[in-house]
Ligand binder design. Sequence first.
Ligand SMILES: Cc1cc2nc3c(=O)[nH]c(=O)nc-3n(C[C@H](O)[C@H](O)[C@H](O)COP(=O)(O)OP(=O)(O)OC[C@H]3O[C@@H](n4cnc5c(N)ncnc54)[C@H](O)[C@@H]3O)c2cc1C
Length: 387
Amino acid sequence: MSTAVVETEEHTALRSAVAALGKRYGRDYMTTVVREGRHPDTLWAEAAKLGYLGVNLPEEYGGGGGGIAELSIVLEELGAAGCPLLMMVVSPAICGTVIARFGTDAQKAAWLPGLADGSLTMAFGITEPDAGSNSHRITTTARRDGDDWLLTGRKVFISGVDIADATLVVGRTEDARTGRLKPCLFIVPRDAPGFQRSQIDMELQAPEKQFELVLDDVRLPSEALVGDEDAGLLQLFAGLNPERVMTAAFAVGMGRYAVNRAVEYAKERTVWKTPVGAHQAVAHPLAQAHIELELARLMMQKAARLYDEGDDLGAGEAANMAKYAAAEACVKAVDQAVHTLGGNGLTREYGLASLITAARVARIAPVSREMILNFVSHQSLGLPKSY
Ligand SMILES: Cc1cc2nc3c(=O)[nH]c(=O)nc-3n(C[C@H](O)[C@H](O)[C@H](O)COP(=O)(O)OP(=O)(O)OC[C@H]3O[C@@H](n4cnc5c(N)ncnc54)[C@H](O)[C@@H]3O)c2cc1C
């Protein structure tokens, strides 16, 4: 895709450099890592060493001093090469951003250099079994015990807890049990007593696993609280908007990968007189997928820019729209790519069928298609609420 009109020269250069790295690893690397039950540590370490993982983090803590615009380019290009790093969505994008914006100097010094150089990873846990899309209902509760906090609750579908050094857990303080969500964020080390995880058996072929978490009076020092216990939603959305932009990047990257594979195939595969790609019934849906991915990326660039310029409110709407557009474009692109390969679309060898499940993740997480449509109906269009 051509980018010159909407991207700076630096962005275009970053894009090609990351694309070159992605090409060296590619889909085969990811498939092997998954098959052998490993994690993409080598790619993670190399991306970190080249400054890509911490590109959004402050320079004084070893980051690149850029923003979500740059970080989303990195994830999109790795995805387009077939080797996306899902933990980028949570570790540098959510956790890095929240700590950089709201953490104490000690928290910044403890976490940001490691998140930037890839030696530390953080997971992020907000989803609960009884709250789901309705985060106002989360019940993970923090109560004071002397100077410490005791954190109790359950989380579900939390990605990468096994490999993350800590999980940034969204709870609420005890006196805010009811009413609107007054979230507070805690850094919970992986091996904290009372912090248990069990892997959920997902139908996904990805190196990052999802976990159910049980927090049973997990004792945390007062400095485990990130930011202000009353900062509330502002602080939370400081992390959630980058998450949405990054999910859009993940989806656009995957969609591009799928379309490219299908286009290569459609140029070669000949069962009548011409390659199948000459039939418009094959070509047009691929062209459509390409257009829709490009449009989704434009929205993603807008959201990233608004966020990086400090417009949290504007970024909120744009990030939701970008996540929606990218997920829908990705699901359609993957579906068409699989179809383009005929029977081969469903073989292990061609590796596209597993993307059918993977693409659906972007439609559900971190906020579902319906919740974005609700947001746009209410916030952008001013329509009344049904719930
Ligand atoms: C692979 C994967 C990785 C994930 N990683 C993380 C992670 O790292 N950290 C984390 O915190 N969470 C994570 N999640 C959880 C994810 O964010 C949730 O699955 C998502 O927010 C939806 O919540 P739910 O699954 O409880 O669905 P529910 O809230 O139960 O929704 C079920 C269905 O009902 C619809 N629905 C609900 N309410 C409404 C409404 N008011 N109007 C219309 N439709 C509605 C939804 O759109 C959905 O289709 C992950 C999920 C997956 C699948």
